[in-house]
Design a protein around this ligand. Structure first.
Ligand SMILES: [Zn+2]
Length: 287
């Protein structure tokens, strides 16, 4: 693709080698990174990724969240929702949570804003996830008619899921009205955990993650697609538990979640000291 560095030439890639295929559907998966802009891309190309998400079993939909895990995630999501709203200048009008997955964050955000605004979840399935059974949800067909209409469009950990990052970003931001806010969050490939855990770093997540952003590559991608950057924030996504589970070859269950909570202060400290968070959130305005 066109390099996300300063120049206009194409990316100059080097291979990081073979990675683990988490889907069991692609076999040989690999990541290449650009020597100029630092942006990473997953191979082989998957022009249509729909086959990876035919059920909601992928980790992105967090189908295992029940009982105590569910309560813990509610607490973490409330804290994230509060920060996100503050960074986006407060809740107003209609808010779209594009790629809402399990819908748990969407529900928490909706409960938090109350009647100040309407929070609507949207994803690729026509039926809402269980969390949004009682709340507004739009499937792909209904969402198509809502372009240029939302005051805030949020897409958390969505943009890295499609080979055509420019196209997906234009689709996402196209749901915001002109002058509306667009909030994009993705994992940060420059974070210390990518170096420490190597290929076990949870956010490589191949083949589901197609792009691996740096702070600059995300900002440049947004700028070249008609978005005016307002602010850039580091976000600590609690991924320690899942990374430990990956190393141990275990599944993502309560044990690893609790271990991740115990390791969370260490994670925050590592990210503060290295000045590189595990995820990057950019708040922008659609011109
Ligand atoms: Zn590049």
């Amino acid at each position: 693709m066109i390099c996300l560095g300063d120049g206009s030439e194409a990316c100059q890639y080097i291979s990081l080698g073979k990675f683990l295929d988490r889907s069991g559907k692609v076999d040989h998966v690999e990541v290449v990174r650009c020597l100029r802009c630092g942006h990473g891309v997953s191979l082989p190309p998957l022009p249509n990724v729909a086959f990876l998400y035919q059920d909601r079993e992928s980790q992105d939909f967090q189908p295992d969240a029940k009982g105590l895990s569910h309560e813990i995630k509610d607490i973490a999501f409330r804290s994230q929702a509060r920060k996100l709203l503050r960074q986006a200048g407060g809740a107003r009008g209609t808010i779209l949570d594009f790629g809402c997955g399990s819908g748990q964050f969407t529900r928490v955000l909706g409960e938090m804003v109350g009647s100040a605004s309407e929070v609507i979840g949207a994803d690729m399935h026509s039926e809402p996830p269980a969390e949004l059974a009682e709340r507004p949800y739009l499937g792909p067909e209904e969402l198509g008619s809502r372009k240029d209409s939302f005051d805030i469009v949020i897409a958390l950990h969505v943009l890295e899921h499609d080979d055509d990052a420019d196209g997906l970003l234009r689709t996402i931001s196209g749901y915001a009205r002109h002058g509306g806010k667009v909030v994009i969050e993705v994992p940060n490939v420059d974070c210390v955990w990518a170096r420490i855990f190597g290929k076990f770093w949870d956010a490589w997540y191949l083949p589901y993650h197609r792009h691996h952003f740096t702070r600059n590559s995300l900002v440049r991608l947004m700028q070249r697609n008609g978005l005016q950057i307002e602010s850039v924030h580091g976000v600590t996504v609690p991924t320690m538990g899942r990374s430990f589970a990956d190393i141990a070859g275990g599944t993502n269950n309560l044990f690893w979640l609790l271990l991740g909570i115990l390791a969370h202060p260490l994670q925050v400290l590592g990210e503060v000291l290295t000045r590189n968070s595990s995820a990057i959130r950019v708040i922008a305005v659609r011109k």
